[in-house]
Write a protein that binds this ligand. Structure first.
Ligand SMILES: Nc1ncnc2c1ncn2[C@@H]1O[C@H](COP(=O)(O)OP(=O)(O)OP(=O)(O)O)[C@@H](O)[C@H]1O
Ligand SMILES: [Mg+2]
Length: 404
């Protein structure tokens, strides 16, 4: 069904936030669209899963309503799983014709915002659901996922991975992705994705008390690839003046506004770095297939075990895989006694060209092996977000509600 009461995407004319509705019921579609008319523009009503997923990917969507029917519940749930994986920032609302505790529980477990069972006499069930979900978000923010990229030894490809992983996560999820450089003495993100800003973690920390959404987003760089960037300072700086509590506060703040944060971590084990690691949902430990790299990684993994980091927290990534004369992936796994989470191909020339243009490698070489490896890594990492609690974007819509 593609009702003609509604325009097709994209629609920016009204300036309202956008929503999608999956339903086979034209009456419900008309009621919901009318009820939300002042706060949310339903840009597509469809009963095709494919069309729904495509629209979620192509358009900036705040909320999505899935009208479930018992006979299609399985496929409806599969669609929710897919959407939660690829678009964790979208508020998903289930609509049921009658109360069904099993479906309700399963939906909440998958991360839907709530379950609406429109009852006779209830004036605005859909509007109330949107309002509830935004109020909840007001309290918690996005609560984004944090990925720290790390190696104790320098030159293993940590900055390369951080830059390109951020780009791929944005591509896979369509979320608000931040790439942050915590190499406070001097970092390379600024060179790899050239930003037109002097704003750095030092400024963010200094102004943290007055940092709101507007100030933050006007200070960060929004790179054409879609990723927001917080580079380290342009000149060599005194990282020692930064306390670990300031790093923790900074990451807490950023998690409110971004669905995914990728951190380029310095090659040390300072209190600042360990604090950032504590905040991370995952630490991607980079290793190259050479003896010195494997040795230093072994020490790091042992240290993480002493810190009682869970196995799930650590994702071992073999960079420059299959380069000439290198150790085989199986040998690296055997020595490190840890399975590889991912491998990234060796492709120096593709990376050099990308650095030269100030772009992620996917922009110049979308089909190269290295790009496919990085894309799979982003897919695998973000697929693990399914069972985390609800999250989403703060938008100007909060303001609309709080004013009303
Ligand atoms: N997969 C790869 N294939 C080929 N070359 C790579 C790969 N990954 C990184 N490199 C190269 O290795 C060098 C170091 O990479 P990068 O700067 O990302 O590492 P780093 O760990 O951040 O180093 P630093 O110690 O400077 O922080 C760069 O020249 C980069 O192009
Ligand atoms: Mg680096």
């Amino acid at each position: 069904m593609h009702t003609d009461i509604l325009p097709t995407i994209p629609d920016t004319g009204s300036g309202l936030a956008r929503g999608l509705l999956f339903s086979r019921n034209a009456t419900l579609a008309a009621t919901l669209t009318e009820e939300l008319r002042l706060v949310l523009r339903i840009v597509l009503v469809t009963d095709s899963y494919q069309e729904l997923l495509r629209a979620a990917h192509e358009t900036d969507i705040l909320a999505l309503f899935i009208h479930m029917t018992p006979e299609n519940a399985r496929q409806d749930m599969d669609c929710i799983v897919q959407l939660r994986r690829t678009h964790p920032g979208i508020h998903i609302h289930m609509i049921l014709d009658r109360k069904d505790p099993d479906l309700l529980l399963e939906g909440l477990r998958l991360g839907v915002r709530d379950c609406i069972v429109p009852a006779a006499g209830e004036a605005t069930p859909f509007l109330q659901a949107v309002q509830r979900s935004l109020n909840r978000e007001e309290e918690t923010g996005c609560d984004g996922f944090v990925y720290g990229c790390y190696s104790l030894k320098g030159g293993q490809g940590v900055t390369t991975l951080s830059v390109n992983l951020a780009d791929r996560i944005h591509q896979v999820t369509g979320g608000r992705v931040l790439l942050a450089d915590l190499n406070l003495f001097m970092g390379d993100v600024r060179t790899m994705l050239p930003p037109a800003t002097e704003f750095s973690p030092f400024d963010l920390i200094r102004d943290i008390a007055r940092m709101d959404e507007n100030l933050l987003f006007s200070s960060l760089v929004h790179h054409p690839c879609g990723v927001h960037v917080l580079p380290s300072a342009a000149e060599v700086s005194d990282a020692e003046q930064v306390h670990r509590d300031q790093i923790a506060s900074m990451i807490r703040l950023l998690k409110r506004y971004f669905t995914h944060i990728v951190i380029d971590l310095p090659h040390d084990l300072s209190e600042r770095t360990l604090t950032a690691m504590e905040s991370a949902d995952r630490i991607l430990v980079l290793v190259e297939p050479g003896l010195l790299s494997v040795k230093s990684t072994q020490k790091v993994l042992n240290f993480f075990r002493e810190l009682n980091y869970s196995e799930e927290k650590i994702a071992l990534v073999l960079n420059r895989c299959h380069s000439k004369g290198a150790l085989h992936p199986e040998d690296v796994e055997m020595v490190l006694k840890q399975p590889l989470f991912a491998t990234v191909a060796n492709d120096w020339s593709a990376l050099e060209q990308a650095y030269g243009k100030g772009e992620p490698v996917a922009a110049m070489h979308p089909r190269r092996r290295i790009t496919r490896d990085l894309h799979s890594l982003a897919e695998r990492l973000t697929a693990m977000t399914e069972n985390r609690p609800q999250r989403g974007f703060r938008t100007w819509l909060h303001g609309l509600f709080s004013r009303s």
